[in-house]
Ligand binder design. Structure first.
Ligand code: P6P
Length: 351
C-alpha cells in the first residue's frame, strides 16, 4: 500500500523540479482533480437521478447542451474561480471568456477546458471526458483577457484530460513526461497508475468517422486507403477503432499507438476546418501527444504552432504516432491544393 502515490503527492514531487515554484500551479492541478471527482460521481449515477438528457439550451455552436455538460462546466468554474490561482477561464460551453469575479483575487494562470466532451454518448454508456489546458498569464491587468487564452499551444504550461470510463483516469503533463492516475472510487483519491505514458512506436489503430469519407479531400481518402493497405496488399493493414468520443479515442491511440483524425471536409464551407476546437481540444491534446513522443497536425503544420484567432476556432485534427501524422501531411500536400488554399485562408483570417 505504501507504494501507492496520490496525485497530490505526485504534483508536490513534480513541484520540486521547479525551485522557483510557489505552489500555486500545484494547487490548480489539485483543484482540477477535485472537480473531476464531482463530475465522476455525477456521470456514474446520472441515469439514477434524472441527470441524463438535454438541458433544453443551445451552446454557441448550436449544439443542444446536455444536463451533464452544464453540471461539469459549472463545477469546474465553481471550484476554480475563487482560489486566486486563475486570471480568466474559457469553456466550450460559453460564448465568451469567463472572468474571475472581482470579489476574488486575479491569479497567474488561465484555464481553458471542454467540460464534458462526447456527452451525447452518455445515454449509451460510452466513456466521455474532460479536457483542460493551463497557460501562464501574459496580459498586463490584474485580471486576464482573451489574449491569455488565445496563445499557441506551444505556450501551454500544462494540459490533461479526465476519462470517465470503466475506471476514471486523470492524465496530465507539465512538459516533463505524461502521467496517468486512476480514481480509487472507495477512497475518492487518484493514485498514480501510469507513471510514464509514451506512445508505442507501432500503431495498433486508426480512428476516424468513415461515414464522412465522401466529403474528405482526395489526399485524406488516399491516406486511409494507404492505412488499409489497399494500394499495396503486401503491406499489413492498420485496424480501425472509433467511438465518437474524442477523449476515449485519443487515450486508446496514446496507450496502444495509433492516429485519431477529424479531417476538414468539403460537405459545406463551415466544414473546411473540421469539427474539433483548437483552443480547448486540439491544443491540450496536441501538447499531451508531443510530451508522449507523438505529434499533431492540422494537415499542414504542427498544431501547437498555430496562433488561435478566435475562442471557438475549429481545426482539422490528425494526432498520434509522429510517422503516421507526417504521412497524412504528405498525402495532403500532394493531392489537396484546393482544400489547403481554402482552409489556410479561413484559418489565417484571410478569406
Ligand atoms: P462525429 C463528440 O460530439 C465530439 O465532439 C468528439 O468527442 C468526437 O470525437 C466527435 O465529436 C465525433 O463526431 O461527427 O464523428 O459524430
Amino acid at each position: 500500500m505504501s507504494s501507492r502515490i496520490t496525485i497530490e503527492r505526485h504534483i508536490l514531487d513534480q513541484q520540486k523540479l521547479y525551485p522557483q515554484a510557489s505552489g500555486i500551479f500545484s494547487g490548480l492541478l489539485y483543484d482540477i482533480a477535485l472537480a473531476a471527482k464531482y463530475i465522476n460521481r455525477e456521470v456514474t449515477h446520472a441515469a439514477l437521478v434524472d441527470a441524463l438528457g438535454s438541458a433544453d439550451s443551445i451552446n454557441v455552436h448550436g449544439e443542444t447542451q446536455q444536463k451533464l455538460d452544464m453540471f461539469a462546466d459549472s463545477t469546474i468554474i465553481r471550484i476554480c474561480n475563487s482560489t486566486g490561482r486563475l486570471c480568466i477561464m474559457a469553456s466550450e460551453e460559453h460564448d465568451d471568456v469567463i472572468p474571475i469575479p472581482e470579489d476574488y483575487f486575479g491569479g497567474k494562470y488561465a484555464l481553458v477546458f471542454d467540460p464534458l466532451d462526447g456527452s451525447s454518448n452518455i445515454n449509451v454508456n460510452v466513456g466521455v471526458g474532460t479536457i483542460f489546458g493551463i497557460y501562464r498569464k501574459i496580459s498586463s491587468g490584474v485580471y486576464g483577457t482573451i489574449e491569455d487564452v488565445l496563445q499557441p499551444g506551444s505556450k501551454l504550461a500544462a494540459a490533461g484530460y479526465i476519462l470517465y470510463g470503466p475506471s476514471t483516469m486523470l492524465v496530465y503533463t507539465t512538459g516533463q513526461g505524461v502521467f496517468g492516475f486512476t480514481l480509487d472510487q472507495t477512497l475518492g483519491e487518484f493514485f498514480l497508475s501510469h507513471p510514464n505514458i509514451t506512445i508505442p512506436d507501432k500503431a495498433s489503430y486508426y480512428s476516424v468517422n468513415q461515414g464522412r469519407q465522401r466529403y474528405w479531400p482526395e489526399g485524406v481518402r488516399k491516406y486511409i486507403e494507404w492505412l488499409q493497405g489497399l494500394d499495396d496488399p503486401s503491406r499489413p493493414h492498420v485496424d480501425t477503432r472509433y467511438t465518437g468520443s474524442l477523449v476515449l479515442d485519443f487515450h486508446r491511440n496514446l496507450v496502444n499507438g495509433g492516429v485519431f483524425m477529424y479531417p476538414g471536409d468539403m460537405q459545406k464551407p463551415s466544414n473546411i476546418s473540421g469539427k474539433m476546437r483548437l483552443v480547448y481540444e486540439g491544443n491540450p491534446l496536441s501538447f499531451i501527444a508531443k510530451n508522449a513522443g507523438g505529434y499533431a497536425s492540422d494537415g499542414l503544420q504542427d498544431i501547437l504552432t498555430i496562433k488561435p484567432r478566435t475562442l471557438h476556432q475549429r481545426v482539422p485534427l490528425f494526432i498520434g504516432n509522429r510517422d503516421l501524422v507526417q504521412e497524412v501531411e504528405r498525402f495532403i500536400a500532394t493531392n489537396d491544393g484546393d482544400w489547403m488554399t481554402t482552409y489556410k485562408a479561413q484559418r489565417d483570417g484571410k478569406q
